[in-house]
Design a protein around this ligand. Structure first.
Ligand SMILES: [Zn+2]
Length: 416
């Protein structure tokens, strides 16, 4: 078998003829020519037999490695005149528009990005994390199910931080399919308005319930765009507020200790943060000991801890709507009498949002699986820290939690 024929089989590139194969330091350079005669616009697919000119230099793409060798594909491309887009370099069948990588390489990057960490990907594939970001943006734009906004009935709107310094994404989850179906940068009523705009009034009419946090923005937009939908408050948002209230009590107490000139005690207490905030079943032995000591010492931190745990248990599975309703009432009166300002405020907030909190329980929206999706999203956005743009962070969320099936390249070539 000739070298060019061998490489033609090895590379699995659509629509090309392999011309020449050369070895350069660290890489194999493969020159190819397009099989088709017609020139195709990369933006709209317009095709013509007439060429405008030939680019003076080769275009270059990185392809999947062969062994330890990088593979570089080179092709001399022509330019055409598209009636809409003007003079453009012709499209190639094996790579996306404006990409320096072949589709197969990009699929490998996207597949890995949803499954493993930054260092593994950048070292193994020898590309920058920002390049990963740009690649997954392209794959996401290409591969997402265009019908993902159809058939939505119960949804959740939530914000998630994708970068330090209050940089947020708004994400819309389909509770039925347990997928993220829409996202955009920002966290305000206007971003939610954009979602309802993309959904359109007909599909918005079929939404029956929307879960969210207790902020005013998403609720306002939902009342305006899908007035028939029941607004529900996710229980993990309620539990999160309780954790924040407890943390406030802890900080206050810690500052008091410090001002009393007991740095040792203050330091001991600072370490207790996680003992207080974690679920009791997740504590390490040392944290469990710290927690027991805190409880035995009594005082406001112990009081706050009991309140936080009591609230969390209300939303554990298996309680009826009536139970939850009654326990919530009891919790609010206990919290109001706690003499802890943070918890008094919490009781007020819960009373205000009580109908929404109970609606979530009644409709069964507040369940472990909705929270599991939420946790998965948070894990993913943490990995997205360091991306150059919100679009890249969003693409990673959509590729991981959205209506899309990614495959490693060899599975895409199974027929060969
Ligand atoms: Zn065009």
């Amino acid at each position: 078998m000739r070298v060019t024929a061998a490489f033609s089989r090895l590379l699995c590139l659509a629509g090309v003829v392999v011309g020449e194969v050369a070895f350069a330091p660290g890489r194999v350079v493969v020159a190819v020519a397009l099989r088709r005669r017609r020139l195709v616009c990369p933006l709209c697919g317009f095709s013509t037999p007439h060429r405008h000119d030939v680019r003076p230099v080769d275009s270059v793409w990185r392809h999947l490695d062969l062994g330890v060798w990088r593979v570089e594909i080179r092709c001399r491309l022509r330019r055409l005149v598209c009636p809409i887009h003007g003079v453009r370099t012709e499209q190639v069948p094996f790579a996306r528009h404006a990409s320096d990588f072949t589709r197969d390489f990009e699929h490998l990057v996207a597949w890995l990005a949803t499954r493993t960490d930054k260092t593994t990907i950048t070292r193994m594939l020898r590309i920058h994390w920002r390049t990963v970001g740009r690649i997954i943006e392209r794959v996401c734009a290409d591969e997402l199910d265009p019908e993902r906004l159809s058939g939505l009935v119960e949804i959740g709107i939530d914000e998630v931080s994708w970068r330090k310094g209050h940089r947020y994404l708004t994400l819309v989850a389909d509770h039925g399919r347990r997928q993220i179906v829409w996202g955009a940068e920002g966290a305000s009523a206007s971003v939610a308005d954009d979602f309802y705009g993309a959904l359109g009034p007909e599909r918005a009419k079929r939404i029956t319930a929307v879960s969210m946090d207790m902020g005013p923005g998403y609720a306002k937009s939902t009342r305006a765009n899908a007035p028939q939908a029941v607004i529900c408050i996710d229980s993990f948002h309620v539990a999160k507020l309780a954790s924040e209230a407890l943390d406030e009590v802890r900080r206050e107490y810690w500052n008091e200790l410090r001002s009393l000139g007991d740095p040792q005690a203050a330091r001991r207490f600072k370490d207790a943060r996680w003992a207080l905030l974690k679920r009791p079943e997740n504590l390490t032995d040392r944290q469990a000991v710290t927690l027991a000591a805190l409880k035995a010492a009594g005082g406001k931190v112990a009081r706050g801890y009991e309140l936080k745990e009591a609230l969390r248990c209300i939303f554990n599975a298996g309680l009826s709507l009536q139970d939850v309703s009654e326990l919530l009432t009891r919790f609010c009166s206990r919290a109001s009498r706690s003499r802890l300002p943070a918890f008094i405020r919490l009781a007020r907030t819960i009373r205000k949002h009580r109908p929404g909190i109970l609606a979530a329980v009644r409709l069964g929206i507040t369940n472990a699986r909705a929270e599991a999706l939420n946790n998965k999203v948070r894990l993913i956005t943490h990995r997205a820290y360091g991306f150059h743009s919100a679009h890249a962070a969003l693409a990673l969320v959509m590729l991981t939690c959205g209506p899309i099936t990614l495959q490693p390249p060899h599975e895409l070539h199974l027929h060969q």
